[in-house]
Design a protein. Structure first.
Length: 346
């Protein structure tokens, strides 16, 4: 329970259906300490909101201290990825490494068989496999962030609001007399509330803030920069250089410090490889499998085909070129509403 309307409604609906509900909230970072700034989610007020909902509905609520685990997994990955010239996806790591791993273990220790969250997604049993599916509300769908859930984790997962639209969730909250019914959604990354990722990374890893060259596709140096952690593939603003046509970040080399820029047309790619691939709906496909694929959360699904490579890698080929394929982001494969699998773009 994050203290927001989605997880509050999820818990209240389960209680109304007769489930034995225990509310668990994760304390992810020390609050009230000098220099600690948090966003509009996971704050002390949010934890209090979660506790008030639990008290109003009538089930126990506990706050679990996951500060160390959060720093060692989600935050450390976030910093390392930016320092390596990649663009991280912390929400996906939080789901796989905390909510459906560490939190699931704690929940099972309390005798709970299932972890339910307020994610907009659906999980269903089909034959001998658990399927992860898009939510009914396609605009709020969060299956993209859940691609790494294993069969065991999906077997222990419930998404009670996945069959509802956001307006329906708020109506349910009002019907259930939950005080969070009109609480705004959080938008930013909780541990970088001001959106200044570069400064956050530099504070955590001062060694990344060293200068490098901004170069054209042909190798000509156009300028200098103050660290590769300040850039992401496809970035146009804040480059510090200009050309006859708009320039975009095409490549980031953390080893040399070079940031290559060029025209938007040079961002287009028809293939990619991914690592850490988790196959959800199928076993590893040795031959090409027709899918649609998302390379970003708000990316329109693109027609593609995918096949497994050695180890935990996969190769994806798009029917049409896609712009700004970004290392560190997730690529998720779908068949209609079903998540076939996904991995991390190399």
């Amino acid at each position: 329970m994050s203290g927001g309307v989605d997880s509050s409604v999820a818990a209240a609906l389960l209680a109304e259906q007769g489930h034995d509900v225990i509310g668990l909230s994760m304390q992810l970072y020390a609050q009230g300490e000098p220099g600690v700034h948090v966003g509009s989610c996971c704050t002390l007020d949010d934890l209090h909101d979660a506790r008030r909902v639990a008290a109003a509905v009538g089930f126990p609520h506990y706050i679990l201290n996951f500060e160390r685990q959060f720093q060692e997994t989600v935050v450390s990955n976030f910093v390392h990825e930016y320092a390596s010239g990649r663009t991280p996806l912390p929400c996906a790591h939080c789901n796989s490494d905390l909510k459906f791993s560490t939190l699931l273990e704690r929940a099972q220790g309390l005798g709970a068989a299932t972890v339910a969250t307020g994610h907009y997604a659906r999980v269903e049993r089909a034959g001998d496999r658990w399927l992860l599916k898009r939510s009914v509300d396609r605009d709020k769908d969060q299956s993209y962030f859940l691609f790494s859930l294993t069969q065991d984790q999906l077997a222990s997962a419930m998404f009670p609001v996945g069959s509802l639209t956001k307006p329906e969730v708020r109506r349910e909250a009002r019907r259930l007399a939950l005080q969070v019914a009109d609480k705004p959604d959080s938008q930013e990354i909780c541990f970088v509330p001001d959106g200044d990722y570069a400064s956050f990374v530099a504070r955590k890893a001062p060694h990344v803030a060293h200068s490098g060259a901004i170069v054209a596709e042909g190798g000509e140096q156009l300028g200098t920069h103050a660290g590769v952690h300040r850039f992401t593939i496809g970035q146009r603003k804040g480059l510090g250089v200009s050309g006859k046509a708009p320039l975009y970040v095409l490549r980031i080399d953390a080893d040399t410090g070079d940031v290559t820029v060029g025209p938007k047309s040079s961002l287009e790619r028809t293939t990619l490889t991914a690592s850490g691939v988790n196959w959800v709906a199928v076993e590893r496909p040795a031959s090409w499998l027709a899918v649609t694929a998302q390379i970003r959360y708000r990316h329109a699904p693109a027609v593609a085909r995918v096949r497994a490579l050695d180890g935990d890698r996969a190769e994806l080929a798009f029917h049409a070129p896609q712009s700004a394929v970004t290392p560190g982001q997730a690529v998720v494969f779908y068949e209609d509403d079903v998540v076939v699998g996904g991995g991390w773009i190399e």
